[in-house]
Design a protein around this ligand. Structure first.
Ligand code: PMT
Length: 398
């Protein structure tokens, strides 16, 4: 951590005293640390303690009220890394929602660098569905959240909720620092979600894609230094940090964006589930039933194969990755798509299993390369799968 600047956010928990040791460890590793505290945190450890040890004045709601500068923006921009330790359930909930009603939250919201969140709370609060949702949200936003340790809580019994020890936090920080920037200087185009094809002004044909896989790819690529443009088809997920999102709705919208952007990028990760068919005619008015039990027939025509369309114009230094969503004959179908679409890789997804594939947080994929590469991942989070895919298709090979 030599020469790094760390903004340490101390929030209201009995574990605030451990933040003093963390500050010391960071300094020992060569980092400069500045501290911002919530009002609740100041009831556990005084700002003077952190000021004396860090050699910097501490930002609190009370001190900010007397400052003329925009101190929170200055501190947000100063820190290369942002560490919340201890992170109370309240701070986690508010930061997950983008609420900025204290100087600590305002600073955190304005901060752009890598973020490490170290929760400390009662086990009931940790297990509460609201906290679980907030933690998932922070992780989806690209923040690293450590799990609390199991041990004696302030309440006098042993359970999960203790703040991770400062040494464990240091290791996590060092890992965060060591995040490979192997996609730096590259521009990746990622597609996510499911396209919609209108039947009439109120109905459409679509599929079960949630966009989670594509968003995980965009997030991982951005974390690893890539410039990322994400073509997002009907996805309701938060924008990953640093990623430019362009919403699309239909396969035709996606085609327009792909044709415009593909020539400008170093790679395409085509995780979107594109409708293979669209109605021959889109009814001008809402389709009405005319009699009980009436059957209707809808006629569909094929959409163009967008991946095939753009991959046909692939430059030698561009990497093209398709995804195959299959319910049967997995390997055979995936290999056929790899060849037919002229992709460099096809990532095979088994969408017959609800625990992986569509809308699940986990996935298991087999990656096939045009060069004969083949690898099946274990069942892992989509974030971990995304990271792995980016390693396999690493730009150093292209
Ligand atoms: O979004 P999630 O809920 O997280 O789920 C992830 C996922 C299962 C949707 C994703 O990982 C996945 O498998 N995406 C590809 C879905 C798909 O459309 O598969 P396909 O086998 O029909 O198409 C193969 C490839 O051709 C895909 O890269 C697809 O984007 C592309 N394609 C398909 C049809 C078409 N007309 N044009 C295309 O470009």
């Amino acid at each position: 951590m030599n020469g790094e600047k760390i903004t340490l956010y101390v929030t209201g928990s009995i574990a605030a005293y451990k933040a003093v040791s963390l500050l010391r460890l960071c300094q020992k590793a060569g980092a400069d640390v500045r501290v911002v505290m919530t009002e609740a945190a100041t009831r556990f450890v005084t700002p003077q303690t952190f000021a004396a040890l860090s050699g910097h004045s501490v930002l609190t709601d009370a001190s900010a009220a007397h400052l003329e500068t925009i101190a929170h923006v200055e501190l947000a921009q100063w820190g290369t890394y942002h560490v919340v330790a201890p992170a109370s359930a309240d701070f986690i909930a508010k930061s997950a929602a983008g609420i900025a009603d204290s100087v600590a939250l305002t600073t955190y919201l304005a901060a752009r660098g890598p973020k490490l969140v170290v929760p400390a709370m009662n086990d009931g609060m940790w297990d509460n569905p609201a906290t679980r949702r907030n933690i998932t949200q922070l992780r989806q936003d690209g923040q690293q959240v450590l799990d609390p340790a199991t041990g004696l809580l302030a309440e006098g019994y042993a359970a999960k909720g203790r703040m991770a020890e400062p040494e464990v936090i240091m290791t996590a920080l060092q890992q965060l620092q060591g995040q490979p920037q192997d996609w730096a200087g590259k521009h990746l185009l990622v597609t996510a979600g499911g396209t919609q094809e209108d039947l009439d002004p109120v109905r459409y044909l679509s599929n079960r894609s949630s966009g989670k896989m594509g968003y995980a790819l965009a997030n991982a690529a951005s974390q690893r230094g890539a410039q990322v443009t994400l073509l997002s088809a009907n996805v309701n997920l938060p924008t990953p940090t640093g990623v430019k999102v362009i919403p699309v709705r239909t396969a035709a919208d996606l085609k327009d964006q792909l044709q415009q952007l593909f020539p400008t990028v170093d790679g395409l990760l085509m995780a979107a589930a594109v409708s293979d068919f669209r109605p021959v005619q889109v009814a001008e008015h809402k389709l009405k039933k005319t009699a009980d039990g009436e059957e209707i027939t809808l006629r569909f025509q094929q959409n163009p194969d967008l991946l095939k369309l753009v991959a046909a114009h692939k430059r030698p230094n561009q990497v093209v990755v398709g995804f195959a969503a299959e319910t049967h004959d997995w390997r055979q179908n995936a290999l056929h798509k790899l060849a037919a679409k002229q992709a460099d890789y096809i990532v095979l997804n088994d969408v017959s299993n609800p625990a992986i594939g569509f809308n699940s947080d986990d996935n298991q994929v087999t990656i096939f390369g045009a060069d004969g590469f083949q690898e099946q991942t274990p069942v892992e989070t989509k974030d971990a799968i995304a990271d792995h895919i980016l390693t396999v298709i690493n730009p150093k090979d292209h």
